[in-house]
Design a protein around this ligand. Structure first.
Ligand code: DI6
Ligand code: FE
Length: 400
């Protein structure tokens, strides 16, 4: 008998397969061959060719985690601004001292690709250390063609130096650069769309994102960008209804978006629109926490209308300087009353869907062998503990 691959046995397995809650298997085993999952089930039923099982000693195995919304590539940091504010400085004083999103744009424009990559890897490594296998990375701190492309190249470079998959989102419509003050539509038409075309030609874009908000871009300004994305065959997603309700969720749904993200101010009609379009609601508790927001996303409406909910770090230097997906799971439960099962689904199966990936996020035959093995015995413990990382081992594409 020829034994191939590896059989992980004596495990509690949360397969996260559709329609089955955690899809929990006690005394389970999973068989991995050539980077893929070949079989999962009760160890007693394991195929003979799988050979003897490696003893997981009752540990929990889940799909590896997926962080489906980050701004992990950026120049500089805003710790000084954080400190100024906590010492009593007003928003205007911070802005006059060069703070805010525009300060990150300046730092990102000025940074080399090596510097940006080294900065990002600090957070990438923290996420990998928590069992993460896929990270979405947005541009959006360039706001000029050259720097938007630079950010996306750095995002792609992460995959070359770390065992992780990266999905890139073009976020040229993140903020209006000073050069275009008062001319938002002109920015979209003469800079943002050409930047998207250039980035797409260079093979750097998996999705197109925008920041639809009073302080950023309106529905009317995002629409031509989404129209162009559609023509190019690129899926869209949108930062929508984070600080107010201005119709971004409806726009996202109209374009069949992969996801609408933040969505604190979304209402019942917005939830229905997402349900119809099959878009995922990506919930970002890190920004809510950092900004001291009080409006929680309409979780009850999402449940009622069967909108898939994902959770992500939103890792960025301003509103969410957060690089722990385990903490995000806890925050989702504590701040927004998600159940631990919804939280785990939100960083696995639903996060994969928010990125348009159908080869990962669940433990099932034919999927990638991206697994996280934890020193816990039940899945609720992952969301329950705060500031504790129980990862025992991560398997990425069958390796590890
Ligand atoms: N939503 C946010 O909260 C951040 N961007 C976005 O689209 C803010 C990013 C920053 O402050 O750097
Ligand atoms: Fe964001």
């Amino acid at each position: 008998m020829i034994v191939t691959g590896m059989l992980l046995g004596n495990a509690t397995i949360a397969t996260m397969a559709e329609g089955a809650g955690y899809g929990l298997l006690q005394k389970g085993a999973v068989w991995v061959q050539n980077g893929q999952i070949t079989w999962v089930g009760p160890e007693a039923d394991a195929p003979e060719q799988a050979g003897p099982a490696e003893d997981m000693q009752g540990r929990l195995i889940t799909p590896a985690l997926i962080d489906c919304h980050t701004h992990i590539v950026h120049g500089g940091n805003r710790a000084g601004e954080f400190e100024m504010r906590l010492n009593g400085a007003s928003y205007e004083e911070v802005a006059r001292a060069g703070g805010g999103i525009i300060s990150t744009v300046k730092a990102t424009r000025g940074a080399s690709e090596d510097t940006l990559l080294a900065g990002a890897l600090r957070f990438v490594d923290a996420l990998i250390g928590e069992g993460v296998s896929v990270i979405e990375v947005k541009s959006g701190y360039g706001l000029d063609i050259e720097t938007e492309l630079k950010m996306l190249r750095v995002a792609r470079a992460i995959e070359q130096v770390r065992p992780v998959r990266v999905r890139t989102s073009f976020l040229g419509a993140h903020a209006l650069p000073a050069e275009y003050a008062g001319r938002a539509m002109e920015y979209i038409e003469t800079l943002c769309i050409p930047a998207l075309e250039a980035a797409h030609s260079a093979g750097l874009v998996d999705a197109v994102d925008g920041f639809c908000e009073g302080i950023a871009f309106s529905v009317e300004e995002i629409e031509p960008l989404f129209t162009r994305a559609k023509e190019l065959g690129i899926p869209v997603k949108l930062h929508a209804e984070q600080l107010s309700n201005i119709g971004g969720t409806q726009l996202a749904a109209r374009f069949g978006a992969l996801s609408a993200d933040h969505v604190e101010y979304a209402n019942d009609a917005d939830a229905q629109a997402l349900a119809r379009s099959g878009s995922v609601a990506v919930i970002l508790p890190g920004a809510f926490y950092t900004l001291h927001e009080t409006q929680a996303p309409p979780v009850e409406a999402f449940r009622k209308h069967n909108v898939a909910m994902a959770l992500a770090t939103d890792c960025n230097p301003g509103s969410s300087p957060l690089a722990s997906l385990l903490l995000v799971m806890n925050m989702g439960c504590t701040l927004f009353r998600l159940t631990p099962e919804e939280a785990l689904t939100g960083v696995t199966r639903h996060a994969a869907r928010a990125l348009g990936l159908d080869d990962t996020g669940v433990i099932a035959p034919g999927k990638r062998a991206d697994l996280a093995i934890w020193n816990v015995s039940e899945p609720a413990e992952l969301a329950y503990r705060i500031g504790f990382n129980p990862l025992h081992r991560r398997i990425f594409g069958g390796e590890g």
